[in-house]
Design a protein around this ligand. Structure first.
Ligand code: SF4
Length: 359
C-alpha cells in the first residue's frame, strides 16, 4: 500500500487501494480498533483544531481511517460537522501538497513519494483548463467559478479579475487555494450518507464522543460568539439604525431581535443593546424580546429568511456571500466558520478594550 494514498486518502487511487485491501468496512470497524480510534481522532481534530493531526505511522491504518471517519461524520448527521470535517481534511491536504510541491521542485532528480502539481491537477480533470503563463496561471472561467464559489473575499470575485478570452488569471498561491477547494468539495460530496445498521452499532460509542465534542463547541459558540463585524449586511444596517436612535418598523425590529436571539444573546443583552435607542421603552423591549425568544410564548421565532427580508425592504448592502446563502443565519454561520479562533479572540479583545476605554 502506498504511503501517498495514506497521505491523500481522497484520491481516486486511494479509494481503489481501500477496495483492493479486500476489506469490508463492517469487519474493519468490528475487528480493527486502531483504525476506528484513528478515524475518531480525525474527526475530533477536525472539530477542535480545524485540521487533521499527524498521520498514523502505519499507512494501512491511516488509509482505512478515512472511510471510517466519513462513516462517523455521516452517523452524527450535522451539516456543521460535514462542513468542518471537509474543510479540515482539505486544509491538511493543502499543507501537505504545498510541502510536496516544494520538495518535488527542489529535488527534481530524486524520486519523490509526494504529489506533484500535474498529478493533482489531473486528479480533478483540471489539466486541460489550467495553463501556465509567465506570471502564474490562467484558468478557464467555467472551472474557476464553482471552485471560487465559497471563497467570499473580494479578490475572488470575478469583477476583480482581469478576465480575458474566457480565462481568469491566478497566481501560483491562488491556484493552490483553488485546488484546496476542489479537495474540500470532493470530501464533502455524498456526506452524510446512510450507514448500515451493523456498522452504526459498532461505532455508536465513537459517534457519541464526536457528538459530545460538537455539543461543547456549539455551546461555546452559542454563548460567546457575538461578533458584530461578521453579521450579515442587513443585520449590521439594522443594528446601526438602532444605535443611531432611529425608529424601526415592526418587521425590522422583529428581524434584528430574532437574529440576535438566534445567535445566543440573552434578553438582558438585547435590552442593553436597545437601551441606547430612546425610541425603545425597556419594558416593551423586554416583553417583545421574551416573546420572540419563546420565553413568554409557545414559539421561539426564527430570524426571517433572505426572501422575507427582501420583500420587506430590509435586505440591504448585499455582498458576494449573500448570493450564495438563503438566510442571514447561514451568512453568519459561514463567516464565523471561516474566521479562526484567534481572529474571534482578537475581535473580543478589541470589544473589551473599546468598552473599557469607553467606561
Ligand atoms: S441576502 Fe440575506 S443575508 Fe444578505 S443582506 Fe440580504 S437578507 Fe441579509
Amino acid at each position: 500500500m502506498q504511503r501517498l494514498h495514506a497521505r491523500y486518502p481522497f484520491l481516486e487511487a486511494a479509494r481503489d487501494a481501500v477496495a483492493t485491501e479486500a476489506v469490508d468496512l463492517a469487519t474493519v470497524v468490528e475487528q480493527d480498533r486502531a483504525v476506528v480510534d484513528r478515524a475518531r481522532e480525525r474527526v475530533v481534530a477536525a472539530l477542535e483544531d480545524g485540521e487533521i493531526d499527524e498521520q498514523h505511522r502505519e499507512p494501512r491504518i491511516e488509509l482505512l481511517s478515512y472511510p471510517v471517519a466519513r462513516v462517523l461524520v455521516s452517523m452524527v448527521e450535522e451539516r456543521v460537522l460535514v462542513r468542518k470535517y471537509a474543510r479540515a481534511e482539505a486544509a491538511t491536504a493543502y499543507d501537505r501538497f504545498r510541502a510536496d510541491f516544494e520538495q518535488t521542485t527542489e529535488l527534481k532528480s530524486v524520486e519523490s513519494t509526494g504529489l506533484d502539481l500535474e498529478t493533482l491537477l489531473s486528479e480533478f480533470d483540471l489539466q486541460p483548463v489550467v495553463r501556465e503563463t509567465t506570471g502564474g496561471y490562467r484558468i478557464d472561467v467555467g472551472t474557476y467559478l464553482p471552485l471560487a464559489e465559497d471563497l467570499w473575499e473580494d479578490e475572488w470575485n470575478l469583477v476583480n479579475r482581469a478576465l480575458a478570452d474566457g480565462e481568469v488569471p491566478v497566481s501560483e498561491a491562488e491556484l493552490q487555494t483553488l485546488l484546496q477547494e476542489a479537495v474540500r468539495s470532493r470530501i464533502e460530496e455524498g456526506l452524510p450518507f446512510d450507514v448500515p445498521d451493523v456498522i452504526a452499532t459498532a461505532l455508536e460509542d465513537d459517534a457519541a464522543v464526536i457528538r459530545e465534542v460538537l455539543a461543547d463547541l456549539e455551546l461555546t459558540r452559542e454563548i460567546d460568539t457575538v461578533v458584530p463585524d461578521l453579521f450579515p449586511p442587513c443585520m449590521k444596517a439594522l443594528l446601526d439604525d438602532i444605535q443611531k436612535g432611529e425608529h424601526l418598523p415592526h418587521h425590522s425590529r422583529f428581524a434584528i431581535t430574532a437574529f440576535l436571539s438566534n445567535i445566543g444573546m440573552s434578553t438582558d443583552e438585547i435590552v442593553d443593546l436597545y437601551r441606547i435607542n430612546s425610541s425603545f421603552g425597556e419594558e416593551m423591549t423586554r416583553y417583545q424580546t421574551d416573546h420572540i425568544r419563546g420565553d413568554s410564548s409557545p414559539t421561539e421565532y426564527s430570524a426571517p429568511s433572505c426572501a422575507t427580508m427582501q420583500s420587506y425592504g430590509d435586505c440591504v448592502n448585499k455582498d458576494d456571500l449573500c448570493d450564495r446563502i438563503p438566510h442571514p443565519m447561514a451568512y453568519y454561520e459561514e463567516r464565523i466558520d471561516d474566521a479562526d479562533d484567534e481572529e474571534i479572540d482578537d475581535w473580543r479583545e478589541g470589544e473589551d478594550g473599546e468598552s473599557a476605554s469607553g467606561d
